[in-house]
Design a protein around this ligand. Sequence first.
Ligand code: NAI
Length: 322
Amino acid sequence: MASPASSAPGGVAVVGSGLIGRSWAMLFASAGFKVKLYDIEQRQVTYALDSIRKEMKLLEQSGSLKGSRGAEEQLSLISSCSDIREAVEGALHVQECVPENLELKKQLFAQLDGIVGDQVVLSSSSSCLLPTRLFSGLVHVKQCLVAHPVNPPYYVPLVELVPHPETAPATVDRTYALMRKIGQSPVRLTKEVDGFALNRLQYAIISEAWRLVEEGVVSPGDLDLVMSDGLGMRYAFIGPLETMHLNAEGMLSYCGRYSEGMKRVLKTFGPVPEFSGAAAEKVHQAMCVKVPDDPEHLAARREWRDRCLMRLARLKSQLQPQ
Ligand code: NAI
């Protein structure tokens, strides 16, 4: 039986209750953690609690709610907070989710640095701000790291853990264990690098996709199919390195067979695209034929994408590796 809320193992503070803050709150609650949700805008927290309630009820009805507790019990673990000191008091983990603005985040971490003790982990959800820019000079820098989720975090489990050079290994270990506990899939970067790992891979793909379309080799629609009906099918289950391993008699065999061909093709890759002008117009028009860029159509398509990801997440959990 699930343990009651009162015996929840330590508390978590989520600072910023927008899209990502709401997802983190749901994930922590799904594993039985008490969550204090703080936002500089009180009405944002009110809206967040309301939308979390609606989403959890829908997830419960469709059998997709995470964790062993029911929606009501999970909801009872999440409370709003209008005072940052109160929010972080007694917390073992603080997950920052304020907008992606360096000055704003630096101010917030400086404020947190002044009020927290030596036991808490201070974790930023930043998509691309480097830990040295966020945390350098903080008294509690050893307790700081970036834990970058992927949107939508409730269905896409990856979290990139990126340390500052002075982050204590124990901070990364603790956050890794916490992420596993809430059902996410953490990966450790040993040092910071611009774009972290996920966006470096994503931008490499976007860059070559753009060049192929700009040069008229393939239409925008067909380019997307190359990924969604081709590479993406296997990448949902195995990564590029394991793909190499399986596509020959092991990795060394793959390198022996295909490295010359890979290097030849890679040398033909062009410069970084500008992502503007006629090419941007062409891609935009093609995308709008599929999904018109008004808020209703975009929202409907995002909802469809999230439903697909939810089903995929379920399938992945059923198909345990052999
Ligand atoms: P958002 O704009 O939806 O939410 C930000 C929230 O922070 C708002 O509710 C705002 O009122 C609040 N806020 C602003 N200043 C604050 C302060 N000083 N103290 C407390 N709360 C404050 O932003 P979103 O999309 O949730 O992004 C949050 C972070 O997560 C960003 O760093 C972003 O880069 C990162 N992230 C976003 C992803 C996405 O797809 N949206 C994916 C992965 C990471």
